[in-house]
Design a protein around this ligand. Structure first.
Ligand SMILES: *[C@@H]1O[C@H](CO)[C@@H](O)[C@H](O)[C@H]1NC(C)=O
Ligand SMILES: *[C@@H]1O[C@H](CO)[C@@H](O)[C@H](O)[C@H]1NC(C)=O
Ligand SMILES: *[C@@H]1O[C@H](CO)[C@@H](O)[C@H](O)[C@H]1NC(C)=O
Length: 800
């Protein structure tokens, strides 16, 4: 039989045709029980879509309960059978049977409703409720008496259902075929010739039910007729069809309906019992029937979604087997017992952070298996999210961005989708999807500081770490990996890289060479922080390097010259009062600030009580009036000390000759003519020396000032000249005059000449930049010669 079926189906001409295609709805028709893989139609052709686009647009079939009867071959566009389609299981007795599903395309979301009409084939045989029935008929029955036989049922419909009955040839009965109001054909046996129990106790008849399919199918029933005494009346139901309505989820033992039949006979002949006749296996698990009372009760879980309508045949039988049947239709009413189901049909994950607002990132489908109001759904996501749900086709929603995304602020979102149906009470469900945000290199590195500066003591070792720069980039992985480098450029004419280096990973800046404060005090470089993205982003920052002074220059005594000679003798007038200015020690220091702040001290003297030196100005004065008893030759040793840590010092010695004051010099000259030529000569020499000294001192101070502005004055003054001076206003070097430092790194040094007799004041600065280019002195020895050459040529240029 099975093999026969297969052959039978195999022979069926595949009779598929496209019904119509309007408004995006595709209708196909197919016979039930087609082999898996049978082609139903070609979607690409019917929708006019290029076959190649089906894969790209992720064409797929969506069904409500995820029972996929059909499938699409995305390569060919063919719609094929994917699951056995049994019309009787799907639609039961319904006259027309449709399977509905949706064809979904993505980007953009597009939905086509599809409807597949399932045509019946004659795959079911008419079946009688029982194989055999017993019929007890009294011998007294009249000719023409009718005996109803329960109808045979065929699960197929229409022409494939039961069409006629054939009764086996016999002496006593003929067949009469009747149709109920519900359209069911049943057979009646009509007594054609009286029975005689004495002649024949029983008769066996074969009743065949035939359907109208092609080829025909048939079912048989054996009727055992027992000849009895009278039982004339079959039970009669009070209604031809009973209908009951039952809410789903009704508890066990819920009463559904009571059927009742009466039998006009009395006694055993009138005792009616009920039993189920024809019913599906499913309904057999749900309902029970009380044999005596006809009460139908619930014995299983009633689920509207599994079946909304049950048709049951109940047979009422009297004591001797005359029976009638009736149909009970039980309609299940829906209760809101199914929460909406949220399914994420597609999701772009992760979403690049640079997508523009309004980009679709996902497709959500919500379903509710209940019906009517109970399946109306509202769907939304939580607030404060740069996303929203836009209702799309039918029960589909698009998840779109509403705002710019920033991975650095929010690397992922937990989007909770809530769906609520409109039942009462409503049911809801939640589904949380995590959408990760993918990084895009949209942040340049940012330095922690606006600018950096580093103080480095001069004479540093190459490789000395000055400072470190740090930049942060919040991007992810290589997009946020910062690499440091120096912006190529020049400092004082040399490439930046010959001064500094920066560690690409750590940002630590190291010196490449040793710096000299006296050469330059500050320079600026740019450090770039660049991330590793593609393209990379970068930012830069200035790093100022400030070289600080170290006390590496000893004070230089300009006057008197350190080694001392006869010219260094100063004249002290005999009548000098206490506090008279006698001489002045002049010293300079190549350093700056504290390191160049000089102090003077007499460390040794012939007569300790006679002279004192001003700590700051270096002016040597008498402490008391000179008396005749004082030694004419006085010798003092002066130490000049800077204020560095540790301090450096230099010493010089000075010879002082207590003699008449210089105002008497002209008179001395005169007197020399008269008195002593040796004395006059010595006065003349002194006068000449004094004039020269004044001039030389002046020149040296100017030179000194200029060379001080440059570097290491010692280069110039080491062993330069002997400068005798006596009455000329002594010069002194002081820094800032006040001994206080204005700034450690940039200050002016004032060198003044004379404390009371002279008024020049040289104001200059150690800052190279303030020196006009044309005034820059080179430390070329020939320059010195030129200067001193000048001295030789015109020693007496009068400034006096
Ligand atoms: C998202 O959910 C995960 C796990 O459920 C949790 O670890 C994470 O913190 C949540 N993120 C946010 C932004 O709430
Ligand atoms: C870095 O950014 C680029 C775009 O600028 C992106 O394509 C890449 O995936 C990012 N890398 C990481 C590790 O996130
Ligand atoms: C350094 O940064 C400034 C602004 O921050 C920018 O204008 C300049 O182009 C940058 N220089 C380099 C060489 O990147």
């Amino acid at each position: 039989m099975k093999d026969g079926h297969c052959g039978f189906y195999g022979l069926i001409f595949v009779f598929i045709f496209l019904l119509h295609f309007t408004n995006g709805e595709l209708d196909y028709s197919i016979q039930e029980e087609m082999k898996l893989g049978s082609i139903i139609g070609n979607i690409a052709r019917d929708l006019g879509i290029d076959v190649g686009r089906l894969t790209a647009r992720k064409a797929r079939i969506e069904t409500e309960r995820n029972i996929a009867y059909c499938d699409i071959n995305r390569r060919t566009g063919e719609l094929t059978v994917a699951k056995r389609i049994d019309r009787e299981v799907l639609c039961g007795e319904r006259a027309s049977c449709f399977v509905k599903f949706e064809l979904l395309f993505e980007s953009p979301l597009e939905l086509h409703r599809m409807s597949l009409k399932i045509d019946d084939i004659n795959d079911n045989t008419p079946l009688f409720p029982k194989d055999t029935i017993k019929l007890e008929i009294t011998e007294s029955a009249d000719k023409g008496a009718r005996y109803r036989v329960n109808a045979a049922h065929d699960a197929d419909i229409g022409q494939n259902g039961v069409q006629s009955y054939i009764l086996q040839e016999n002496k006593h009965f003929i067949l009469n075929t009747q149709t109920t109001s519900a359209g069911i054909k049943y057979a009646e046996l009509v007594l054609n010739q009286e029975l005689d129990r004495e002649e024949q106790k029983g008769i066996q008849l074969l009743l065949t039910a035939i359907d109208g399919g092609s080829p025909q199918r048939s079912g048989t029933l054996t009727i055992d007729v027992t000849v009895l005494d009278a039982n004339d009346n079959a039970p009669v139901f009070s209604q031809a069809v009973y209908e009951a309505s039952l809410p789903e989820n009704s508890p066990l033992k819920t009463h559904v309906i009571t059927v009742s039949a009466t039998d006009a006979d009395e006694g055993v002949n009138g005792e009616v019992t009920y039993e189920f006749n024809k019913m599906s296996d499913k309904s057999r698990t749900l309902f029970s029937l009380d044999q005596k009372t006809g009460d139908v009760t619930v014995i299983g879980d009633i689920d509207f979604e599994e079946g909304s309508k049950y048709e049951i045949y109940i047979e009422a039988k009297d004591g001797y087997g005359l029976s009638t049947d009736t149909k009970v239709i039980i309609c299940i009413t829906d209760a809101n017992d199914n929460a909406p189901i949220i399914s994420v049909k597609s999701l772009t994950n992760p979403v690049p952070e640079n997508v523009s607002p309004g980009t679709e990132v996902g497709i959500i489908n919500v379903q509710d298996m209940d019906s009517e109001q109970n399946r109306q759904i509202r769907c939304f996501i939580q607030h404060n999210m740069p996303f929203k749900l836009i209702p799309s086709i039918k029960n589909y929603y698009s998840l779109v961005t509403t705002d710019k995304l920033d991975r650095e602020l929010m690397p992922h979102y937990n989007i909770t989708i809530t769906a609520i149906d409109e039942g009462s009470p409503p049911l809801s469900s939640l589904n949380t999807v995590q959408v990760a945000i993918a990084d895009v290199n949209d942040n340049p590195p940012v330095f922690e500081e606006q600018s950096y500066s580093s103080y480095v003591p001069e004479n540093n070792k190459p490789g000395h770490s000055l400072c470190s720069v740090k930049a942060h980039d919040p991007d992810w992985r290589q997009n946020g990996t910062v690499i440091y480098s120096l912006l190529p450029g020049e400092v004082n004419g040399a490439p930046v890289s010959s001064y500094l280096s920066v560690n690409g990973d750590t940002g630590v800046i190291q010196s490449v060479r040793s710096f000299d404060y006296e050469q330059f005090r500050t320079f600026k470089v740019y450090v770039i922080a660049r991330d590793n993205g593609s393209p990379p982003l970068s930012s830069n920052v200035t790093v100022s390097v400030l070289i600080t002074d170290v006390n590496d220059n000893t004070p230089q005594i300009l006057y008197p010259t350190p080694e001392g000679n006869s010219f260094m003798t100063e004249l002290v007038p005999k009548d000098a009062q206490g506090g008279s200015l006698v001489s002045k020690v002049i010293a300079v220091d190549g350093d700056s600030g504290q390191n160049a702040w000089l102090s003077y001290q007499i460390i040794k003297s012939t007569d300790p009580g006679l002279f004192k030196i001003d700590l700051h100005s270096g002016e040597i004065r008498t402490q008391r009036d000179i008396s005749d008893s004082d030694n004419m030759k006085q010798n003092i040793v002066v130490a000049v000390k800077d204020n560095g840590q540790p301090s450096l010092s230099a010493t010089c010695s000075m010879f002082l000759l207590i003699s008449d004051n210089l105002a008497e010099v002209p008179e001395l000259k005169d007197m020399a003519d008269e008195d002593s030529s040796s004395k006059l000569t010595s006065y003349l020499i002194i006068a000449l020396v004094s004039v020269s000294t004044f001039f030389l001192t002046f020149i040296i101070i100017i030179l000194g000032l200029r060379f001080c502005r440059r570097k290491k004055p010692r280069l110039l003054f080491d062993g330069a000249v002997a400068i005798p001076s006596s009455y000329l206003p002594p010069n002194y070097a002081d820094v800032d005059g006040t001994g206080t430092l204005r700034s450690a790194y940039n200050y002016d040094a004032y060198l003044t000449t004379g404390s009371r007799t002279s008024d020049f004041k040289f104001v200059t600065s150690y800052n190279d930049n303030t020196l006009p280019a044309d005034q820059t002195l080179r430390k070329n020895p020939t320059d010195f010669e030129e200067v001193f050459g000048d001295l030789d040529v015109s020693p007496e240029v009068g400034i006096i």
